[in-house]
Design a protein around this ligand. Structure first.
Ligand SMILES: Nc1ncnc2c1ncn2[C@@H]1O[C@H](COP(=O)(O)OP(=O)(O)O)[C@@H](O)[C@H]1O
Ligand SMILES: [Mg+2]
Length: 258
């Protein structure tokens, strides 16, 4: 069965897009058929995969727009092969209009699922890179997903309400939009191990959110290689396959595959 993983967190700059592209590359390396979906109008994932969001067409925006307006537009038309072997359903800045258009749409939480359904069986993993909000695009991702990965910046933990995304997940379950939505885990990113011990972070999460929230064993450490690989339009596995960052995301992929 296809695992559809929403990578979601209401805060920006926590490593959602970095996790999406590098997990896509790592799962591909391990023989999985992967589709990465850019569901953020900022289109960072699209750029990170080496495409120009201002000059790529059609995108997920066109497919969602067609669905909302009742026109034909098969999602396969908007899926592109990346140089690293996985597939990309890219975004463009106009996707920000979709959030508004969805409000008055029938079954507005299920539009993403409706457009994806015809291609789901072609993949082992579908990774959805969410925008940093708790809006309708994110609710669509949580409704379509089987699992959620929540990346958090290690130092951000102390703040109360750090994981407001958890209440969105709970709402999606309770409203029966997706009763079986599962949390694959919290992924600690950008850890500066000189100042924060991974174990302390694990303990703080357990204390704040209880034992039922899983946490990936892998902790992704801070490295300049991530920004460099983003600028190069490559995953860190392609940009510097022997780096610690590449190893970390290979390990996250292995944890998922188990
Ligand atoms: N482990 C890391 N170490 C250092 N920089 C990182 C790491 N992960 C991500 N970054 C950088 O931090 C910035 C924000 O990451 P990004 O994945 O775009 O976050 P989000 O999608 O949650 O907004 C980007 O410039 C990215 O290259
Ligand atoms: Mg992002």
């Amino acid at each position: 069965m296809t695992q559809i993983i929403a990578i979601a967190m209401q805060k920006g700059g926590v490593g959602k897009t970095t996790t999406a592209v590098n997990l896509a590359a790592a799962l591909t390396e391990q023989g999985q058929r992967v589709l990465a979906i850019d569901l953020d109008p900022q289109s960072n994932l699209t750029q990170h995969c080496g495409f120009d969001p201002d000059h790529i067409s059609p995108t997920i925006y066109d497919t969602l727009k067609a669905e909302i307006e009742g026109h034909e537009n098969h999602v396969a038309n908007s899926i592109y092969q990346t140089e690293e072997g996985f597939h990309l359903l890219p975004s463009q800045p106009e996707l920000s209009l979709t959030e508004l258009a969805l409000i008055n749409t029938l079954s507005r939480e299920r539009v993403l699922w409706t457009i994806l359904e015809p291609v789901v069986n072609q993949y082992d993993y579908i990774l959805i890179d969410c925008n940093p909000s708790l809006g309708l695009l994110v609710v669509n991702a949580l409704t379509a997903a089987t699992h959620v990965i929540i990346p958090i910046q290690a130092e951000y933990l102390a703040a109360r309400g750090a994981l407001m995304i958890l209440s969105s997940i709970e709402t999606v379950r309770r409203k029966k939009l997706n009763a079986h939505l599962d949390i694959a885990g919290i992924l600690l990113t950008m850890a500066d191990t000189r100042t924060i011990l991974a174990q302390d972070i694990h303990d703080a999460i357990k204390e704040q959110y209880g034992d039922d929230i899983r946490i990936f064993d892998t902790v992704v450490k801070r490295s300049i290689r991530f920004a460099e690989s983003a600028a190069a339009g490559q995953s860190i596995l392609a940009y510097d396959g022997k780096s610690q960052g590449a190893a970390a995301y290979r390990q996250v992929a292995s944890e998922l595959l188990q």
